[in-house]
Write a protein that binds this ligand. Structure first.
Ligand code: HEM
Ligand code: MTE
Ligand code: MO
Length: 467
C-alpha cells in the first residue's frame, strides 16, 4: 500500500477556493471537499467558513455533525494526514499586554486584533435566535483582564447613611436570580455603511455588532438597595468601572441614570451567566452589567466598582465617545458636551441572507435578517422590498414574542418570495417598525455623524439572479 500523504498546516490553509481546491482538517486528517461544497446540506457558505482549517470549532456549534453518517461521508474525501509537528500549540509571548487574551472562535470576522473586536459572519448571525457564546460579537477597548473568581470582589459604594459592600461571587449568588433574554448592540453596528458616505473614525463593523444571549444574575436594584441607595428626586447616575485598564491605570467606565438602575421593570442585571454558562472571558468574566434596551457601551464587563454620583461617569467613553451629532459637525467643530450620551438605541434591522453581491437562484428567494429596537420597544413589522423600495412585502417574524415595554431581544425574520420572471438583479431592502411606530431612515447621508454611530438606515443588498 502507498504511504499516506503528509501535509503542513500552511499547505492546508492555502486551499480555500475552487481553483486551488477546498481543504479542511478534522483531528489529524486532511480532506479535499471541493466536490462536496455545493452539496452541503447546511449550505456552501457555511462550509466555506472552515475552508483551509479545522472543522472542530464549527462542528462544535452544530451538533448535527456528531453522527456516523456525517463522518463516513467526510471519510470519502480524505487525502492524507497533518504534519504531526503542526499540532504543537503555539507558545505565548508574555511581554505583550494582549498575550493573555482568550483563544477566539475562527468564524469571527476580526475588525481589530488588539484590542480584540470581531463580529459573527451574517450567515451564522441569524442561524440561532440565541447567539452561541463563542460567536457572540466582541467589543473590547483594552486587553482582557484575567480575574480570579475566588478573590474577585465587587465594590459597591454605599449611600450616605448606608453601607459600602464588597461582594464575592458567592455573595452575588445569594441575591434572587433573574434570567432574561437581551440583545446587545454596539453603537457602531453597521458603521461601514456610513464610511461609504464619508470617512468616519471607528471600527469597520458590518451588520454583526449585535448578538442575543440569555443572561442570568442579580438585579442591580437589589444590590443598590442593600447599599442603602434609593431613587432620589434629583438627577443621579450609577457609574460602573471595569477591571480592564490602559497603561495609565484608567479603567473602562460608563454610567446609566439612577432612575433606570432602580426601576425593577428596567431589569438591569449584574450578570454572572450567559446562556447557562459562567460568562466567557471576552464577555466580562466573572460579572458584567446588562442594561436591557440600552447601547452596548453601558454594559460594563469585568465589573469592579459601582457608585452613585450626581454626574454621569467622567470616563472617556461616556463623555467623549458614543454620542450623535449633526452631519455637518466635524472634528474641528465638535463639542462633545453639547450632546447627550447615547442610552436607548433607535429601531434597527438588517438582511443577513442573501449577502451583497451574491448570485441567487431564479424561481424563489429566501430573505432573512434581524430586527430590534431600543428601550424595550417591540418590533411590530419588517417590510422587505426587492425593487429598491418601490414595492414592499411584510416579512414573517420568528423568535420569541416580546413582553410589552420589555422587548429586550431581537426578532429574526424571513420572507420567501418568487423572483419576478426575467429579473437579472434584485435590490433587496429591509426596514423595521417598532411599537412606537418609529421607522428607520431611508438613506445614510442625512444621519451621517463623525463617529459613525447610530447607523440604522434601510439595509440594502444587491444580488444577481442566476440565468
Ligand atoms: C448539516 C456535512 C461543514 C453547518 C450538515 C449535514 C451534513 C453535513 C451531512 C446534514 C446532517 C443531517 O441532517 O443529518 C458537513 C461536512 C462538512 C461540513 C462534510 C465539512 C467538510 C460545516 C461547517 C458548518 C456547517 C463548517 C458551519 C460553519 C451546518 C449546518 C447544518 C449542517 C448549520 C444544518 C443544516 C440544516 O439545519 O438544514 N453538514 N458539514 N457544516 N451543517 Fe455541515
Ligand atoms: N466593558 C469593559 N469593561 N470594557 C470594554 O471595552 N466595551 C463596551 C461594553 N462593555 C467594554 C465594556 C462596548 S462598546 C460594547 S458594544 C459591549 O461591551 C460589547 O459587549 P460584548 O463584547 O460582550 O459583545
Ligand atoms: Mo460598543
Amino acid at each position: 500500500q502507498e504511504s499516506t500523504h503528509i501535509y503542513t498546516k500552511a499547505e492546508v490553509s492555502s486551499h480555500t477556493s475552487p481553483e486551488t481546491g477546498i481543504w479542511v482538517t478534522l483531528g489529524s486528517e486532511v480532506f479535499d471537499v471541493t466536490e462536496f461544497v455545493d452539496l452541503h446540506p447546511g449550505g456552501p457558505s457555511k462550509l466555506m467558513l472552515a475552508a483551509g482549517g479545522p472543522l472542530e470549532p464549527f462542528w462544535a456549534l452544530y451538533a448535527v455533525h456528531d453522527q456516523s453518517h456525517v463522518r463516513e461521508l467526510l471519510a470519502q474525501y480524505k487525502i492524507g494526514e497533518l504534519n504531526p509537528e503542526d499540532k504543537v500549540a503555539p507558545t505565548v509571548e508574555t511581554s505583550d499586554p494582549y498575550a493573555n487574551d482568550p483563544v477566539r472562535h475562527p468564524a469571527l470576522k476580526v475588525n481589530s486584533q488588539r484590542p480584540f473586536n470581531a463580529e459573527p459572519p451574517p450567515e451564522l448571525l441569524t442561524e440561532n435566535y440565541i447567539t452561541p457564546n463563542p460567536i457572540f460579537f466582541t467589543r473590547n477597548h483594552l486587553p482582557v483582564p484575567n480575574v480570579d473568581p475566588d478573590t474577585y470582589r465587587l465594590h459597591v459604594v454605599g449611600a450616605p447613611g448606608g453601607q459600602s459592600l464588597s461582594l464575592s461571587l458567592d455573595d452575588l449568588h445569594k441575591f434572587p436570580k433573574y434570567e432574561i433574554t437581551v440583545t446587545l448592540q454596539c453603537a457602531g453596528n453597521r458603521r461601514s455603511e456610513m464610511t461609504q458616505v464619508k470617512e468616519v473614525k471607528g471600527l469597520e463593523w458590518r451588520t454583526g455588532a449585535i448578538s442575543t444571549a440569555h443572561w442570568g444574575g442579580a438585579r442591580l436594584c437589589d444590590v443598590l438597595a442593600q447599599a442603602g441607595h434609593q431613587l432620589c428626586e434629583t438627577e443621579a447616575h450609577v457609574c460602573f468601572e471595569g477591571l480592564d485598564s490602559d497603561p495609565t491605570g484608567t479603567a473602562y467606565g460608563a454610567s446609566i441614570p439612577l432612575a433606570r438602575a432602580m426601576d425593577p421593570e428596567a431589569e438591569v442585571l449584574l450578570a454572572y451567566e450567559m446562556n447557562g454558562q459562567p460568562l466567557p472571558r471576552d464577555h466580562g468574566f466573572p460579572v458584567r452589567v446588562v442594561v436591557p434596551g440600552v447601547v452596548g457601551a453601558r454594559h460594563v464587563k469585568w465589573l469592579g466598582r459601582v457608585s452613585v454620583q450626581p454626574e454621569e461617569s467622567y470616563s472617556h467613553w461616556q463623555r467623549r465617545d458614543y454620542k450623535g451629532f449633526s452631519p455637518s459637525v466635524d472634528w474641528d467643530t465638535v463639542d462633545f458636551d453639547s450632546a447627550p450620551s447615547i442610552q436607548e438605541l433607535p429601531v434597527q434591522s438588517a438582511i443577513t441572507e442573501p449577502q451583497d453581491g451574491e448570485t441567487v437562484e431564479s424561481g424563489e428567494v429566501t430573505i432573512r435578517g434581524y430586527a430590534w429596537s431600543g428601550g424595550g420597544r417591540a418590533v411590530i413589522r419588517v417590510d422587505v422590498s426587492l425593487d429598491g423600495g418601490l414595492t414592499w412585502q411584510v416579512a414573517e417574524l420568528d423568535g420569541e414574542e416580546q413582553r410589552p415595554r420589555k422587548a429586550w431581544a431581537w426578532r429574526l425574520w424571513q420572507l420567501q418570495v418568487p423572483v419576478p420572471a426575467g429579473q437579472k438583479e434584485l435590490n433587496i431592502v429591509c426596514k423595521a417598525v417598532d411599537d412606537g411606530y418609529n421607522v428607520q431612515p431611508d438613506t445614510v447621508a442625512p444621519i451621517w455623524n463623525l463617529r459613525g454611530v447610530l447607523s440604522n438606515a434601510w439595509h440594502r443588498v444587491h444580488v444577481h439572479v442566476a440565468p
